[in-house]
Structure formats: C-alpha cells, structure tokens
Design a protein around this ligand. Structure first.
Ligand SMILES: [Zn+2]
Ligand SMILES: [Zn+2]
Length: 142
C-alpha cells in the first residue's frame, strides 16, 4: 500500500477562489502518483498532475457543489464552478475511491508523489526539465 507516515494534522485544500474546500483524513492516502496521461494534462492544462488517492467517504468537502465533467466514458473530473480549478477525479474502475489533486492542497509539499503513472504518455521535455536554468522569481527580461 503506502509508505507515507500518518499526517500530524489533517491536510486541507480547495480551489483558487475558496468556494470549494476539502479536508483529508489523518490516515495517509492509498496511493500518490504524478500522472502523465493526456487526459490529466488536458483537464489541468499542466504538463503533469500529482494525485492522492483516498476512500471517497474519508474526504470531507464543504462550500459550493462542484461541476462535473465526464472526461472519458466512466471517468469524472470535478472542478469549481466559479473559478474552474480542477480538484478531483473519480472513475467506475475505482469504485468508492477519489483522487485529489495534490496541487490543490494548502500544503502540497506534505504529500510527495511516490511514483510516476502513465509514463508512456509523458511529455519528453519533462524528463530534462530538472536541469533547466532556475530563477528565484520571474526570469530577467532582455
Ligand atoms: Zn473556486
Ligand atoms: Zn492522468
């Protein structure tokens, strides 16, 4: 299952405008992964998406109800109806489970991914991105 330690306090998160909030259980997630699939890339407009998998009943949502989009048959992605932040993923092949986007956590550094999933669909340049020049904030403009 997982090697993550139990969290000292519940992880919380939500969308950018804070209309949707959630609280995760003290227990560690069943799985964490950085997903490189095309569907996640499209849904989040991001090169890859980090996920934490939980039992659906263990995640406490509050605030406004989310909008749901069926990204492929039997797969549903939920996002804030106000600000559009993509927050979760559920699928018929994952009954009773829900993936929470780690990037939506208030403290995402506390939940590191344990693996890469869908690596066969990974963007090639993501492999070498760690070696790119780094700027503490905006790069200098010429
Ligand atoms: Zn929002
Ligand atoms: Zn994916």
């Amino acid at each position: 299952m997982t090697n993550s330690p139990a969290h000292p306090r519940p992880l919380e998160g939500g969308c950018q405008c804070r209309a949707v909030r959630f609280r995760l259980p003290i227990q560690p997630p069943l799985l964490t992964a950085l997903c490189h699939c095309r569907s996640c890339r499209r849904a989040h407009s991001a090169p890859a998406v980090a996920w934490a998998l939980y039992a659906h009943g263990d995640v406490a949502f509050s605030g406004e109800p989310m909008q749901v989009y069926e990204s492929s048959p039997g797969a549903r992605r939920s996002f804030c109806a106000r600000c559009g932040t993509a927050l979760s993923f559920e699928a018929d092949y994952l009954p009773g489970l829900i993936d929470i986007a780690i990037g939506s956590l208030d403290e995402p550094a506390r939940l590191p991914p344990q693996m890469h999933s869908w690596d066969e669909e990974r963007l090639p340049w993501l492999q070498t991105a760690v070696a790119l020049p780094r700027h503490a904030a905006f790069p200098p403009m010429a």
